[in-house]
Write a protein that binds this ligand. Sequence first.
Ligand code: CP3
Length: 333
Amino acid sequence: MSPIEEVILNKKTNVNPIWIMRQAGRYLPEFRRIRKANPDFIKLCLNEKLSTEITLQPLIRFDLDAAIIFSDILILPYGLNQKVEFKKGVGPLLGELNLENILKLNESDFVEKVHSVYKLINSVKNSKIIKNKSIIGFVGAPWTLMVYMINRESPKLGLKKNFFENEDLIHKTLKIIEKFLKVHIKCQIENGAQIIQIFDSWAGLLAEKNLKDYIYEPTLKLVEYVKSFNVPVICFPRNIKNYKDYCNIVNPSVICIDYNIDPKEISKDIRIPVQGGMDPKILLTDKENLKKETKKYLDIFNDHPYIFNLGHGVLPETNPQMMDYLVKMVKDY
Ligand code: CP3
Protein backbone atom coordinates (compact mmCIF):
# COMPACT_ATOMS: atom_id res chain seq x y z
CA MET A 1 0.00 0.00 0.00
CA SER A 2 1.37 3.44 -0.88
CA PRO A 3 1.70 6.10 1.86
CA ILE A 4 -1.18 8.03 0.27
CA GLU A 5 -3.50 5.05 0.50
CA GLU A 6 -2.34 4.47 4.11
CA VAL A 7 -3.50 7.95 5.00
CA ILE A 8 -6.79 7.60 3.14
CA LEU A 9 -7.74 4.09 4.21
CA ASN A 10 -6.19 3.78 7.66
CA LYS A 11 -6.49 7.47 8.54
CA LYS A 12 -2.81 7.40 9.55
CA THR A 13 -1.37 10.62 10.92
CA ASN A 14 2.26 9.58 11.35
CA VAL A 15 3.21 9.66 7.64
CA ASN A 16 3.59 12.72 5.41
CA PRO A 17 2.82 11.65 1.88
CA ILE A 18 3.23 14.22 -0.87
CA TRP A 19 2.31 14.76 -4.49
CA ILE A 20 1.78 18.05 -6.29
CA MET A 21 -1.01 19.19 -8.60
CA ARG A 22 0.46 19.82 -12.06
CA GLN A 23 3.65 18.07 -10.98
CA ALA A 24 4.19 16.98 -14.58
CA GLY A 25 4.41 20.17 -16.54
CA ARG A 26 5.84 23.47 -17.54
CA TYR A 27 8.23 24.14 -14.64
CA LEU A 28 10.31 21.14 -15.76
CA PRO A 29 12.84 21.73 -18.56
CA GLU A 30 12.50 18.09 -19.67
CA PHE A 31 8.75 18.68 -20.17
CA ARG A 32 9.31 21.95 -22.04
CA ARG A 33 11.62 20.19 -24.48
CA ILE A 34 8.95 17.65 -25.35
CA ARG A 35 6.23 20.32 -25.43
CA LYS A 36 8.22 22.49 -27.84
CA ALA A 37 8.46 19.64 -30.31
CA ASN A 38 4.71 18.91 -29.93
CA PRO A 39 2.69 22.06 -30.51
CA ASP A 40 -0.68 20.29 -30.43
CA PHE A 41 -1.34 19.81 -26.69
CA ILE A 42 -4.26 17.36 -27.00
CA LYS A 43 -2.27 15.26 -29.46
CA LEU A 44 0.56 15.19 -26.95
CA CYS A 45 -1.82 14.03 -24.21
CA LEU A 46 -2.96 11.24 -26.54
CA ASN A 47 0.57 10.18 -27.46
CA GLU A 48 0.83 7.20 -25.17
CA LYS A 49 4.62 6.95 -25.24
CA LEU A 50 5.30 10.64 -24.60
CA SER A 51 2.51 11.09 -22.06
CA THR A 52 3.87 8.11 -20.11
CA GLU A 53 7.31 9.68 -20.17
CA ILE A 54 5.90 13.04 -18.98
CA THR A 55 3.85 11.38 -16.22
CA LEU A 56 7.01 9.78 -14.85
CA GLN A 57 9.32 12.80 -15.22
CA PRO A 58 8.61 14.31 -11.77
CA LEU A 59 8.99 10.88 -10.13
CA ILE A 60 12.47 10.52 -11.54
CA ARG A 61 13.49 13.85 -10.02
CA PHE A 62 11.60 13.86 -6.71
CA ASP A 63 10.50 11.30 -4.11
CA LEU A 64 6.78 11.91 -4.68
CA ASP A 65 4.19 9.36 -3.55
CA ALA A 66 1.96 9.45 -6.60
CA ALA A 67 1.95 9.79 -10.35
CA ILE A 68 -0.90 11.86 -11.71
CA ILE A 69 -1.52 10.88 -15.28
CA PHE A 70 -0.54 13.41 -17.91
CA SER A 71 -3.84 14.35 -19.50
CA ASP A 72 -6.35 17.20 -19.22
CA ILE A 73 -9.89 17.66 -17.97
CA LEU A 74 -10.79 18.96 -21.45
CA ILE A 75 -10.18 15.51 -22.93
CA LEU A 76 -13.86 14.98 -22.15
CA PRO A 77 -15.26 17.61 -24.57
CA TYR A 78 -12.58 16.56 -27.06
CA GLY A 79 -13.83 12.97 -26.81
CA LEU A 80 -17.33 14.29 -27.53
CA ASN A 81 -16.09 15.95 -30.73
CA GLN A 82 -16.14 19.50 -29.39
CA LYS A 83 -13.02 21.18 -30.70
CA VAL A 84 -10.41 21.98 -28.00
CA GLU A 85 -7.41 24.19 -28.65
CA PHE A 86 -4.80 25.72 -26.33
CA LYS A 87 -3.66 29.17 -27.25
CA LYS A 88 -0.45 30.54 -25.81
CA GLY A 89 -1.15 33.27 -23.29
CA VAL A 90 -4.93 32.79 -23.62
CA GLY A 91 -5.64 29.25 -22.39
CA PRO A 92 -8.17 26.78 -23.74
CA LEU A 93 -10.52 27.73 -26.57
CA LEU A 94 -13.39 25.40 -27.42
CA GLY A 95 -15.39 25.04 -30.60
CA GLU A 96 -19.14 25.15 -31.00
CA LEU A 97 -21.09 22.85 -28.65
CA ASN A 98 -23.33 20.75 -30.87
CA LEU A 99 -25.65 18.83 -28.55
CA GLU A 100 -27.57 17.20 -31.34
CA ASN A 101 -24.44 15.47 -32.60
CA ILE A 102 -23.24 14.64 -29.12
CA LEU A 103 -26.55 12.97 -28.30
CA LYS A 104 -25.92 10.57 -31.20
CA LEU A 105 -22.61 9.42 -29.71
CA ASN A 106 -22.39 6.22 -27.78
CA GLU A 107 -19.88 5.12 -25.18
CA SER A 108 -17.68 3.24 -27.61
CA ASP A 109 -17.30 6.32 -29.88
CA PHE A 110 -15.95 8.24 -26.89
CA VAL A 111 -13.68 5.44 -25.70
CA GLU A 112 -12.27 4.98 -29.16
CA LYS A 113 -11.37 8.66 -29.39
CA VAL A 114 -9.58 8.86 -26.04
CA HIS A 115 -8.41 5.27 -25.56
CA SER A 116 -4.76 6.40 -25.45
CA VAL A 117 -5.42 7.81 -21.98
CA TYR A 118 -6.20 4.31 -20.76
CA LYS A 119 -3.18 2.86 -22.53
CA LEU A 120 -1.05 5.52 -20.83
CA ILE A 121 -2.33 4.44 -17.41
CA ASN A 122 -1.51 0.85 -18.23
CA SER A 123 2.00 1.68 -19.28
CA VAL A 124 2.56 3.82 -16.16
CA LYS A 125 1.38 0.85 -14.10
CA ASN A 126 3.98 -1.35 -15.71
CA SER A 127 6.91 0.96 -15.05
CA LYS A 128 9.33 0.03 -12.23
CA ILE A 129 9.41 3.49 -10.67
CA ILE A 130 5.76 3.28 -9.66
CA LYS A 131 6.38 0.64 -6.99
CA ASN A 132 4.83 1.74 -3.67
CA LYS A 133 3.38 4.87 -5.30
CA SER A 134 -0.22 5.61 -6.22
CA ILE A 135 -1.50 6.19 -9.74
CA ILE A 136 -3.97 9.06 -9.70
CA GLY A 137 -6.49 9.37 -12.50
CA PHE A 138 -8.68 12.43 -12.74
CA VAL A 139 -11.67 14.16 -14.29
CA GLY A 140 -13.10 17.66 -14.28
CA ALA A 141 -16.19 18.09 -12.13
CA PRO A 142 -19.48 18.41 -14.05
CA TRP A 143 -19.81 22.11 -13.17
CA THR A 144 -16.28 23.07 -14.30
CA LEU A 145 -16.62 21.07 -17.52
CA MET A 146 -19.99 22.63 -18.23
CA VAL A 147 -18.46 26.07 -17.79
CA TYR A 148 -15.77 25.33 -20.38
CA MET A 149 -18.16 23.60 -22.80
CA ILE A 150 -20.75 26.40 -22.76
CA ASN A 151 -18.47 29.40 -22.17
CA ARG A 152 -15.92 27.97 -24.63
CA GLU A 153 -13.07 29.80 -22.94
CA SER A 154 -11.77 30.26 -19.44
CA PRO A 155 -14.20 32.24 -17.27
CA LYS A 156 -11.24 34.10 -15.74
CA LEU A 157 -13.26 37.30 -15.83
CA GLY A 158 -16.35 35.63 -14.40
CA LEU A 159 -19.39 34.06 -16.03
CA LYS A 160 -21.25 35.85 -18.80
CA LYS A 161 -24.39 37.59 -17.55
CA ASN A 162 -26.72 35.32 -19.48
CA PHE A 163 -24.91 32.07 -18.57
CA PHE A 164 -27.87 30.56 -16.70
CA GLU A 165 -30.50 31.72 -19.18
CA ASN A 166 -30.74 28.61 -21.33
CA GLU A 167 -31.83 26.04 -18.78
CA ASP A 168 -32.50 23.38 -21.35
CA LEU A 169 -28.92 23.63 -22.63
CA ILE A 170 -27.52 23.48 -19.10
CA HIS A 171 -29.65 20.52 -18.14
CA LYS A 172 -28.81 18.53 -21.28
CA THR A 173 -25.11 19.37 -21.06
CA LEU A 174 -24.90 18.23 -17.44
CA LYS A 175 -26.62 14.94 -18.33
CA ILE A 176 -24.18 14.27 -21.14
CA ILE A 177 -21.21 15.16 -18.97
CA GLU A 178 -22.36 12.80 -16.22
CA LYS A 179 -22.85 9.92 -18.65
CA PHE A 180 -19.43 10.20 -20.27
CA LEU A 181 -17.54 11.09 -17.09
CA LYS A 182 -18.72 7.76 -15.71
CA VAL A 183 -17.31 6.00 -18.76
CA HIS A 184 -14.05 7.93 -18.44
CA ILE A 185 -13.74 7.12 -14.73
CA LYS A 186 -14.54 3.44 -15.25
CA CYS A 187 -11.95 3.03 -18.00
CA GLN A 188 -9.28 4.81 -15.95
CA ILE A 189 -9.93 2.53 -12.98
CA GLU A 190 -10.04 -0.62 -15.12
CA ASN A 191 -6.66 0.28 -16.55
CA GLY A 192 -4.92 0.95 -13.25
CA ALA A 193 -5.94 4.28 -11.70
CA GLN A 194 -5.96 3.65 -7.93
CA ILE A 195 -7.37 7.02 -6.87
CA ILE A 196 -9.57 9.48 -8.77
CA GLN A 197 -9.36 13.23 -8.21
CA ILE A 198 -12.27 15.42 -9.28
CA PHE A 199 -11.12 18.96 -10.19
CA ASP A 200 -13.78 21.61 -9.69
CA SER A 201 -11.60 24.59 -10.53
CA TRP A 202 -14.51 26.98 -10.96
CA ALA A 203 -16.56 25.94 -7.91
CA GLY A 204 -15.88 29.38 -6.42
CA LEU A 205 -17.84 31.13 -9.18
CA LEU A 206 -21.23 29.88 -7.99
CA ALA A 207 -23.64 31.61 -5.66
CA GLU A 208 -24.96 29.64 -2.69
CA LYS A 209 -28.38 29.17 -4.29
CA ASN A 210 -26.89 27.30 -7.26
CA LEU A 211 -24.61 24.93 -5.36
CA LYS A 212 -27.18 22.17 -4.96
CA ASP A 213 -28.05 21.81 -8.65
CA TYR A 214 -24.64 22.41 -10.20
CA ILE A 215 -22.13 21.17 -7.66
CA TYR A 216 -23.49 19.06 -4.81
CA GLU A 217 -25.87 16.79 -6.70
CA PRO A 218 -23.85 16.14 -9.86
CA THR A 219 -20.59 15.65 -7.90
CA LEU A 220 -22.21 13.37 -5.34
CA LYS A 221 -23.32 11.04 -8.15
CA LEU A 222 -19.72 10.76 -9.36
CA VAL A 223 -18.29 10.34 -5.88
CA GLU A 224 -20.68 7.45 -5.28
CA TYR A 225 -19.80 6.01 -8.67
CA VAL A 226 -16.04 6.04 -7.93
CA LYS A 227 -16.63 4.55 -4.48
CA SER A 228 -18.67 1.72 -6.04
CA PHE A 229 -15.35 0.42 -7.44
CA ASN A 230 -13.84 0.56 -3.96
CA VAL A 231 -11.55 3.34 -5.16
CA PRO A 232 -10.92 6.49 -3.09
CA VAL A 233 -11.99 9.82 -4.51
CA ILE A 234 -10.38 13.21 -3.81
CA CYS A 235 -12.51 16.31 -4.45
CA PHE A 236 -11.05 19.75 -5.09
CA PRO A 237 -13.83 22.35 -5.12
CA ARG A 238 -11.45 25.30 -5.53
CA ASN A 239 -12.50 28.47 -3.71
CA ILE A 240 -15.78 27.06 -2.50
CA LYS A 241 -17.00 29.16 0.39
CA ASN A 242 -18.14 26.40 2.71
CA TYR A 243 -15.90 23.33 2.75
CA LYS A 244 -17.75 21.90 5.73
CA ASP A 245 -21.12 21.80 3.94
CA TYR A 246 -19.42 20.45 0.82
CA CYS A 247 -17.85 17.56 2.77
CA ASN A 248 -21.06 16.77 4.61
CA ILE A 249 -23.09 16.62 1.41
CA VAL A 250 -20.65 15.27 -1.20
CA ASN A 251 -18.70 13.05 1.22
CA PRO A 252 -15.45 12.49 -0.72
CA SER A 253 -12.74 10.17 0.66
CA VAL A 254 -10.37 13.16 0.81
CA ILE A 255 -10.99 16.89 0.55
CA CYS A 256 -8.36 18.95 -1.30
CA ILE A 257 -8.29 22.57 -0.12
CA ASP A 258 -7.27 25.77 -1.90
CA TYR A 259 -4.96 28.46 -0.52
CA ASN A 260 -7.63 31.02 0.31
CA ILE A 261 -9.12 28.98 3.11
CA ASP A 262 -7.62 29.09 6.60
CA PRO A 263 -6.20 25.58 7.24
CA LYS A 264 -6.86 25.96 10.99
CA GLU A 265 -10.54 26.30 10.29
CA ILE A 266 -10.44 23.14 8.14
CA SER A 267 -8.61 21.09 10.77
CA LYS A 268 -11.21 22.16 13.32
CA ASP A 269 -14.32 21.67 11.15
CA ILE A 270 -13.55 18.66 8.98
CA ARG A 271 -13.08 15.03 9.99
CA ILE A 272 -12.17 13.33 6.70
CA PRO A 273 -8.56 13.20 5.35
CA VAL A 274 -7.34 16.53 3.96
CA GLN A 275 -4.99 17.28 1.08
CA GLY A 276 -3.23 20.44 -0.09
CA GLY A 277 -3.58 24.07 0.83
CA MET A 278 -0.24 25.85 0.51
CA ASP A 279 -0.09 28.74 -1.94
CA PRO A 280 1.95 27.73 -5.02
CA LYS A 281 3.47 31.25 -5.00
CA ILE A 282 5.41 30.30 -1.85
CA LEU A 283 7.63 28.19 -4.12
CA LEU A 284 8.62 31.41 -5.92
CA THR A 285 10.04 32.94 -2.71
CA ASP A 286 13.06 31.57 -0.78
CA LYS A 287 13.87 28.36 1.10
CA GLU A 288 13.49 29.96 4.51
CA ASN A 289 9.95 31.10 3.75
CA LEU A 290 9.11 27.81 2.03
CA LYS A 291 10.22 25.94 5.14
CA LYS A 292 8.15 28.16 7.40
CA GLU A 293 4.97 27.84 5.32
CA THR A 294 5.38 24.09 4.79
CA LYS A 295 5.82 23.61 8.55
CA LYS A 296 2.70 25.63 9.13
CA TYR A 297 0.55 23.16 7.16
CA LEU A 298 2.30 20.08 8.58
CA ASP A 299 1.88 21.35 12.14
CA ILE A 300 -1.76 22.31 11.75
CA PHE A 301 -2.54 18.87 10.33
CA ASN A 302 -0.23 17.01 12.69
CA ASP A 303 -3.09 15.05 14.26
CA HIS A 304 -5.15 14.83 11.10
CA PRO A 305 -4.79 12.38 8.18
CA TYR A 306 -3.09 14.72 5.72
CA ILE A 307 -1.59 14.48 2.22
CA PHE A 308 0.77 17.35 1.46
CA ASN A 309 0.01 19.20 -1.78
CA LEU A 310 -0.45 22.79 -2.91
CA GLY A 311 -3.67 24.80 -2.97
CA HIS A 312 -3.62 24.84 -6.81
CA GLY A 313 -1.22 23.67 -9.54
CA VAL A 314 2.52 24.33 -9.32
CA LEU A 315 3.34 27.48 -11.31
CA PRO A 316 5.38 27.37 -14.52
CA GLU A 317 7.93 29.87 -13.05
CA THR A 318 8.80 27.46 -10.20
CA ASN A 319 12.45 26.51 -9.86
CA PRO A 320 12.66 22.67 -9.73
CA GLN A 321 15.24 23.04 -6.93
CA MET A 322 12.56 24.57 -4.72
CA MET A 323 10.31 21.61 -5.45
CA ASP A 324 13.17 19.29 -4.50
CA TYR A 325 13.62 21.16 -1.23
CA LEU A 326 9.90 20.98 -0.50
CA VAL A 327 9.59 17.24 -1.13
CA LYS A 328 12.64 16.43 1.02
CA MET A 329 11.40 18.65 3.79
CA VAL A 330 7.96 17.07 3.92
CA LYS A 331 9.44 13.58 3.89
CA ASP A 332 11.95 14.32 6.66
CA TYR A 333 9.62 16.23 8.95
O1 CP3 B 1 -1.29 17.53 -12.59
C1 CP3 B 1 -0.62 17.06 -13.54
O2 CP3 B 1 0.60 17.13 -13.60
C2 CP3 B 1 -1.38 16.31 -14.62
C3 CP3 B 1 -1.75 17.05 -15.75
C4 CP3 B 1 -2.89 18.04 -15.75
C5 CP3 B 1 -2.99 19.00 -16.78
N1 CP3 B 1 -4.17 19.65 -16.64
C6 CP3 B 1 -1.99 19.21 -17.83
C7 CP3 B 1 -1.92 20.52 -18.50
C8 CP3 B 1 -4.02 18.17 -14.94
C9 CP3 B 1 -4.41 17.44 -13.68
C10 CP3 B 1 -4.83 19.20 -15.52
C11 CP3 B 1 -6.14 19.61 -14.97
C12 CP3 B 1 -6.81 20.79 -15.52
N2 CP3 B 1 -6.85 21.21 -16.82
C13 CP3 B 1 -7.63 21.67 -14.77
C14 CP3 B 1 -7.93 21.54 -13.29
C15 CP3 B 1 -6.87 22.06 -12.42
C16 CP3 B 1 -6.64 23.55 -12.46
O3 CP3 B 1 -5.55 23.95 -12.86
O4 CP3 B 1 -7.56 24.30 -12.08
C17 CP3 B 1 -8.10 22.65 -15.64
C18 CP3 B 1 -9.01 23.82 -15.29
C19 CP3 B 1 -7.62 22.35 -16.95
C20 CP3 B 1 -7.88 23.07 -18.21
C21 CP3 B 1 -6.63 23.66 -18.73
N3 CP3 B 1 -5.61 22.94 -19.34
C22 CP3 B 1 -6.24 25.03 -18.74
C23 CP3 B 1 -7.05 26.16 -18.14
C24 CP3 B 1 -4.99 25.11 -19.37
C25 CP3 B 1 -4.21 26.33 -19.76
C26 CP3 B 1 -3.57 27.05 -18.67
C27 CP3 B 1 -2.63 26.23 -17.84
O5 CP3 B 1 -2.95 26.00 -16.67
O6 CP3 B 1 -1.58 25.84 -18.33
C28 CP3 B 1 -4.59 23.78 -19.68
C29 CP3 B 1 -3.34 23.36 -20.32
C30 CP3 B 1 -2.51 22.36 -19.62
N4 CP3 B 1 -2.96 21.24 -18.99
C31 CP3 B 1 -1.09 22.37 -19.56
C32 CP3 B 1 -0.71 21.21 -18.86
C33 CP3 B 1 0.67 20.73 -18.57
C34 CP3 B 1 -0.19 23.41 -20.18
C35 CP3 B 1 -0.05 23.12 -21.63
C36 CP3 B 1 1.06 23.92 -22.22
O7 CP3 B 1 2.19 23.47 -22.11
O8 CP3 B 1 0.76 24.93 -22.84
